[in-house]
Write a protein that binds this ligand. Structure first.
Ligand SMILES: Nc1ncnc2c1ncn2[C@@H]1O[C@H](COP(=O)(O)OP(=O)(O)OP(=O)(O)O)[C@@H](O)[C@H]1O
Length: 303
């Protein structure tokens, strides 16, 4: 099946006056097929949001390309973006929903964008597991999990072919996290849309994703089928992320044997970006960047 989304060697830089250029995405490649759920994981600051925003046309591309449905994605206005069939669900549903408007009216915006006259906001609320009569209420009347369901209903109303969740569960209570993640997966798959699900929480991504892509300092360092990556992580960074999961004080915390913080993307290390923190570092790692997939590590160079 053809890809719905193809990201090829994407570079996205942030430039602000008087500050060094931040290469937040530094040559990342990734694809999503229709009906496929791809989980994008990595620590805070590794460039996940910048990548997602570039896919939506919200961040200009410095180099490389993004194709959606065979067409290049370029920075677009909101109206055009709706028409392209990409919808995003953000981390904080309270910030992304308008507090002054009834939720039914906000969902109706999406239905209008898709020129959908058959469905009603109440139908969408039902699809995300909420009572139909919530349509007349305002966002502040709901819990975080309910608000995120409303944001998902609004996104779905526009009939996206690609749904992007940018840390959509990280602001929710633990009890709501897996439910909301599963809901996004079920609704995307049911409608044949692709889902790019961004999270620093590998254990939730494991529950819903067909494939996992691991990002480190602007690069995808490993991509593979979820079960395979989970059972046999190959990049030392993926291993470290997985090893961090059982820690009781939170997920995504690197284990003690991995030294140092994530380096500054404005001043990345030479060679492999992970080399200063890698327990298996070799000489070649400090000299040459491993610019290949599916595992960008000199220990796993393709033959
Ligand atoms: N508008 C901006 N101007 C300058 N630097 C930016 C801007 N937005 C992001 N950055 C920097 O780019 C890098 C990647 O940020 P990004 O938000 O994409 O990462 P992330 O993985 O999504 O992190 P988080 O999970 O914390 O949102 C970070 O170093 C961040 O400080």
């Amino acid at each position: 099946m053809n890809d719905l989304l193809t990201i090829d060697d994407l570079v996205v830089e942030h430039r602000s006056p008087g500050r060094p250029v931040v290469r937040a995405v530094a040559g990342a490649s990734l694809s999503v097929r229709p009906g496929e759920v791809v989980g994008l994981v990595g620590e805070s600051g590794c460039g996940k949001s910048t990548l997602a925003r570039a896919v939506c046309g919200l961040n200009p591309i410095t180099a490389g390309s993004i194709d959606f449905d065979g067409q290049p994605v370029t920075p677009l206005g909101l109206r055009r973006r709706r028409l392209t069939g990409i919808q995003m669900v953000f981390q904080d549903p309270y910030a992304s929903l308008n507090p002054r408007r009834r939720v039914g009216d906000q969902i109706a915006d999406g239905l209008r964008a898709a020129r959908d006259t058959a469905a009603s906001p109440a139908d969408l609320l039902e699809r995300v597991g909420l009572p139909r009569d919530f349509a007349g209420r305002h966002p502040h009347e709901f819990s975080g999990g309910q608000r995120q369901r409303i944001a998902i209903a609004r996104a779905l109303a526009a009939r996206p072919r690609l749904l992007i969740g940018d840390e959509p569960i990280s602001a929710l209570d633990a009890s709501a996290q897996a439910q909301v993640a599963r809901l996004m997966r079920d609704l995307a798959v049911e409608s044949g849309a692709g889902l790019l699900f961004i999270s620093h929480d590998l254990s939730v991504v494991r529950l819903i994703a067909d494939r996992i892509a691991v990002m480190y300092l602007g690069k995808i360092v490993e991509v593979g089928d979820t079960a395979e990556v989970w059972a046999n992580p190959r990049h030392p960074y993926t291993k470290a992320l997985l090893a961090a999961i059982p820690q009781p004080d939170g997920l995504g915390v690197l284990p003690a044997e991995l030294p140092g913080d994530v380096p500054d993307p404005a001043n990345p290390p030479a060679g492999c970006r992970f080399s200063p923190r890698c327990p298996l570092v070799m000489d070649v790692c400090r000299d040459k960047e491993p610019d290949f997939g599916p595992v960008a590590c000199w220990l796993h160079e393709p033959k």
